[in-house]
Design a protein around this ligand. Structure first.
Ligand code: G
Ligand code: G
Ligand code: MN
Ligand code: NA
Length: 251
């Protein structure tokens, strides 16, 4: 309960910050986009994981304020990056319930002077299932304005695959659980290759998340499983300023 009070204060008083994890071309020669990840360092308890405090914020009904902050920060930071590197922001299930999000996105883009084509939004399978009707309308609007829509944690939401044909989606981010134990023969990797095949048939771009080792990267590349790779093998999430040098070299 104290954590709730503290979170409310942090949200109001600038106690959150945002770090970014790059998504690379599979050969590592280019950064295309960076995922914005919110952070909260509690004054006494130290770093609180976002899945913990996002859930608390959802219970408190203040997650939209966190989304607004992350969108503003992410658009402003992205506008300072070289080339046309994009930024990808996570939406929570509650953001897909309310058409206010359309104005929040427009305002963040407008204030930063960032073209919509550089903004990506990530929604989980679970939140789409929970909010199918409104979510579809919201995502359709955003996409018609030029924002890219990605399905996050793909393959973990127990969803019917038919929804892929029905939703305005451009990118799927294959969940890191498919990568953890990959080897050529593993069923999990065969499943991943199947998802990749299906996604290509539907003209979806594929991001593979949670790639940690060179071995995983080599195997994914051998079967051309990814359009973009995100994971510790290339970079951990970092502050925008720390990424600038790397971006200048790879943009
Ligand atoms: O960065 P990390 O791996 O600790 O993130 C854990 C979870 O928190 C991930 O599922 C991620 O999607 C979620 N998360 C991180 N930043 C945000 C954010 O700004 N908004 C929402 N809704 N979720 C976030
Ligand atoms: O669920 P979502 O994809 O939004 O969460 C991204 C989270 O995954 C980030 O919090 C990030 O810290 C974490 N992450 C990123 N790369 C790796 C990785 O290579 N291995 C593991 N275990 N976690 C990762
Ligand atoms: Mn994400
Ligand atoms: Na994910």
């Amino acid at each position: 309960q104290k954590l709730k009070v503290d979170l409310g204060e942090a949200v109001e008083q600038g106690g959150l910050h945002v770090v970014y994890q790059p998504m690379y071309k599979p050969n590592g020669t280019r950064i295309e986009c960076c995922e914005a990840l919110v952070r909260w360092v509690h004054p006494e308890r130290g770093s609180i994981p976002p899945n913990v405090f996002i859930q608390i914020a959802e219970e408190m009904g203040i997650v939209s304020e966190i989304t607004r902050f992350v969108l503003q920060q992410a658009c402003a930071d992205c506008a300072s990056w070289p080339g046309d590197i994009g930024v990808s922001v996570n939406l929570s299930v509650q953001d897909l319930r309310n058409e206010n999000i359309l104005d929040v996105v427009s305002d963040a883009l407008g204030e930063a002077g960032l073209p919509a084509s550089r903004l990506h939004l990530e929604v989980t399978e679970g939140s789409l299932l929970a909010e199918m009707g409104v979510a579809r309308s919201i995502l359709t609007h955003l996409r018609s304005r030029g924002v890219t829509i990605a399905i996050d944690d793909f393959g973990t939401g127990f969803s019917s695959l038919s929804y892929l044909d029905n939703l305005p989606v451009d990118v799927i981010k294959i969940d890191r659980s498919f990568v953890r134990n990959i080897s050529e023969e593993a069923r999990g990797f065969r499943l991943l290759r199947g998802i990749v095949h299906l996604s290509r048939e539907l003209d979806l771009r594929i991001v593979v998340e949670g790639v940690e080792t060179e071995e995983q990267l080599m195997l994914l590349n051998k079967y051309q499983c990814a359009d973009l790779i995100q994971g510790y093998v290339f970079s951990v999430p970092l502050p925008s300023k720390s990424l600038l040098g790397l971006m200048e070299a790879l943009a």
